[in-house]
Design a protein around this ligand. Structure first.
Ligand code: F3S
Length: 736
């Protein structure tokens, strides 16, 4: 019979260490304690009890200065706290593999992650792990999607002895459904090796022995795995158990022996020896025994470095985030230490999000995180810092969004139901309903126009029914809220700035018969035609041009009715102000007689500006009525002789040569005495305060009407005094 003892049979590193610690600390005539059975093996437990190492479950029974060993399965954090407070000496034999899980769970729980632990709910290792996340972990034995839907921060760990085949399936499910889960393969490498080895060995043998305790979880798993290939698989708790089995399997040619992690090597040796004692196994050679023993011993030569390195090798999982320490950086990329024998390498294209990689920015011993993108490379692990940065950026962005801050999104498609747009931020989907894209509803057929265009969004206020969607990583967002808020702010700013008398700049948007619509800060205001020019105009375009900008004065603000009246002419010089500059006193103008009254004629100097030629200023000759000398429409040349209060007085006479007089020298005195009083009596000094110098709007017609009216009203009986009665004639003292 051939006997093959599995290389990975028996005590694992963690159990061996715990048993050694117990043996080392046992003292004659002194009791020390283990919190629960140190391992799942009565044989070992009994041996330890003989040395004064006892198992207890009730920590309250311990006294100050007692010594207690925490077994390789580990314990809850509160157990450590309790023992420390009670001043009990703690020997922590928690297996480093298990301790690592405690640390992961503790760290991520404190970061706000939901902790999911795959394993056996009542196993001491799982109870201990859960105690490092305040007993808030969700313990599962199978993958269940619903537990992954309630949070975007999930941390997954596995019992160290979790079946590797089940682990692979769960890993696949998580990878398919939950891209952002922080996932740790915490299965102990000795467990994997042990399980894989027995799976292979059990295929080609007649009989399989699994040595261990029936209470041992990993022992039972080994039995189940071996049974998949070989029904002749048996649990061996004590050496004696082999006898009945061998009697029933007399034709066995090949026997495979493995053992659970709690099985001491001496028990394996005893079983092998027992087999050699049996008649049926008399052919078992010394060589085989030697080989078996050698394999068992080799298994015990596992160092702490080997264990930790194995953990790291298992962590070269694609998609896993690792801490990197820069070793060197050059044009091709960055070589980093990732805490294992293999170095990592980040290609230059995988360094920066903006692809602006500069090796000078990376100094030796700089640290950052990167994602493993290819773990199979023989010499180096390929990493991407860019991917890690992207995840960080997305996570930060999602956090901002969930805190109701504004964000941007370029939707990549129309929602299947046609009710809005869909985009992605990290692991979240963002849904923008049709009613929230702009102010006003967007029709379904118009939705594609918004795909690929940047939207400014904010999370929609959550309703109770939205809470479920939030848990499904869907953010419902609105651009409309932002636009409406901005509109209200803009309106407020506009109305605050519309103060009567203030000057604003506006763009002429369109014309109407009654005025021009002017856009001021995006709002339509009206400049009425009467407020566009001091002169009479036919239409607004006589003064303004479309799409040109001008300064306007605010004339009236009616917020209630959303109306603002603007004036343009009020900011322009009046015609008489212009005329004053153009035609100073003494200058000569040419103009057309516009209206004639007996007391004088109004001559048009410029558009909207008339000057009065008093009847006395028409000629050197004495004229009773201006109509006698001038005609409407007649072109005349005149001199500006005064410009007061926007009233211009002209003189034609001053441009005419004085007529020569044939007067004898002797008569001069007599003539002067006669003429002077006569002239003064005939030409009273005129005060034009009440004369309207403005050009009437319908000049010709009005002149005609005035003339007609004057004549027809009194049939020519009105005296010159009546005619001048409204002119406020001021006789000087001398005249009186
Ligand atoms: Fe530790 Fe693995 Fe053993 S977890 S206790 S070395 S089975």
């Amino acid at each position: 019979m051939e006997i093959v003892v599995a290389k990975n049979a028996g005590f694992c590193f963690g159990v061996k260490r715990a048993v050694e610690l117990a043996n080392q600390n046992a003292k004659p005539n002194e009791k020390i304690y283990t919190y629960g059975n140190l391992i799942h093996n009565d044989y070992v437990i009994n041996k330890l009890a003989n040395k004064g190492v006892f198992s207890i479950e009730d920590l309250a029974s311990l006294n100050e200065n007692d010594t207690v060993i925490i077994r390789s399965h580990g314990a809850k954090k509160e157990v450590f706290d309790y023992l420390e407070n009670k001043h009990v000496n703690i020997i922590d034999a928690t297996c480093p593999f298990v301790k690592k899980i405690h640390n992961i769970v503790h760290e991520y729980y404190n970061k706000g992650y939901k902790i999911i632990i795959f394993g056996e709910e009542k196993h001491p290792e799982i109870i201990g792990i859960n105690g490092w996340c305040n007993d808030k972990g969700i313990i599962l034995s199978e993958y269940d999607k619903k537990y992954f839907e309630n949070s975007d921060k999930i941390c997954v760990v596995f019992q160290t002895t979790f079946p590797y085949d089940k682990f692979k399936k769960i890993e696949k499910n998580i990878a398919n459904d939950n891209k952002s889960v922080v996932f740790f393969n915490t299965i102990c490498y000795t467990t994997i090796n042990r399980q894989e080895e027995i799976f292979e060995l059990s295929k080609n043998c007649d009989l399989v022995f699994v040595i261990g305790d029936k209470k041992s979880s990993n022992t039972n798993k080994l039995i189940n795995i071996a049974k998949q290939n070989n029904k002749n698989t048996y649990l061996i708790e004590k050496p004696i158990d082999v006898l009945s089995i061998c009697n029933n399997n007399l034709n066995t040619k090949k026997l495979v022996i493995t053992a659970g992690a709690s099985t001491p090597s001496e028990l394996i040796k005893e079983v092998v020896a027992k087999m050699s004692d049996t008649q049926e196994l008399k052919n078992l050679t010394d060589d085989v025994q030697k080989e078996a023993t050698h394999q068992v011993e080799a298994n015990e030569e596992v160092t702490m470095d080997d264990v930790m390195e194995s953990v790291k090798v298992l962590e070269y999982k694609e998609g896993k985030k690792v801490k990197c320490i820069v070793l060197a950086a050059d044009e091709t990329g960055i070589t980093v230490n990732i805490g294992s024998k293999k170095d990592g390498f980040i290609d230059k294209d995988d360094v920066e999000l903006d692809q602006e990689y500069n090796p000078a920015n990376y100094k030796e011993n700089d640290t950052f995180e990167a994602i493993i993108i290819k773990a199979t490379d023989k010499s180096k692990v390929a990493l991407s810092k860019k991917n890690a940065d992207k995840i960080l950026k997305d996570e930060a962005e999602v956090e901002r969004i969930l805190n109701d801050e504004e964000f941007t999104l370029v939707p990549d498609k129309v929602a299947k139901n046609g009710g809005g747009l869909i985009g992605k931020i990290g692991s979240y989907s963002v849904f923008v309903p049709s009613s929230q894209i702009r102010i006003g509803y967007v029709k379904q057929e118009d939705l594609p126009k918004y795909v690929g265009k940047k939207l400014r969004l904010v999370q929609l206020p959550k309703r109770a029914e939205d809470e479920k969607k939030a848990s499904k990583k869907i953010i419902k967002a609105s651009q409309r809220i932002i636009l409406e808020k901005e509109k209200a702010e803009k309106e407020e700013a506009f109305w605050s700035s519309m103060v009567v008398g203030e000057v604003v700049n506006g763009k002429v948007k369109r014309f109407a018969d009654f005025g021009a619509f002017v856009s001021v800060k995006g709002y339509d205001c009206l400049a009425h035609i009467s407020d566009l020019s001091w002169n009479k105009i036919d239409k607004p375009s006589d003064v303004l041009k479309l799409n040109e900008t001008y300064d306007f004065i605010v004339l009236k603000v009616d917020r209630e009715n959303n109306k603002v009246s603007l004036g343009y002419k009020q900011l322009q010089k009046k015609p008489y102000e212009i005329a004053a500059e153009l035609y100073p006193v003494g200058s000569v103008i040419k103009g057309k007689v516009e209206r004639i009254f007996p007391f004088g004629a109004f001559v048009s100097i410029a558009d909207g500006v008339d000057g009065l030629v008093h009847v006395s200023q028409i000629s050197h000759e004495w004229i009773k009525d201006a109509n006698e000398a001038l005609k409407v429409g007649q072109e005349v040349e005149a001199k500006v002789i005064s410009f007061e209060d926007n009233k211009i007085t002209l003189s034609i006479k001053e441009l005419l040569p004085e007529p020569e007089k044939e007067v004898k020298v002797d008569d001069i005195e007599a003539i002067e005495k006669m003429e002077k009083p006569a002239k003064k009596a005939a030409r009273p000094r005129m005060n034009f305060d009440n004369v309207n110098f403005e050009k009437p709007k319908k000049a010709k017609k009005e002149v005609k009407e005035e003339t007609t009216e004057w004549k027809s009203a009194d049939n020519g009986l009105t005296s010159l005094g009546d005619l001048f009665k409204n002119l406020n004639i001021d006789f000087s003292e001398e005249d009186k």
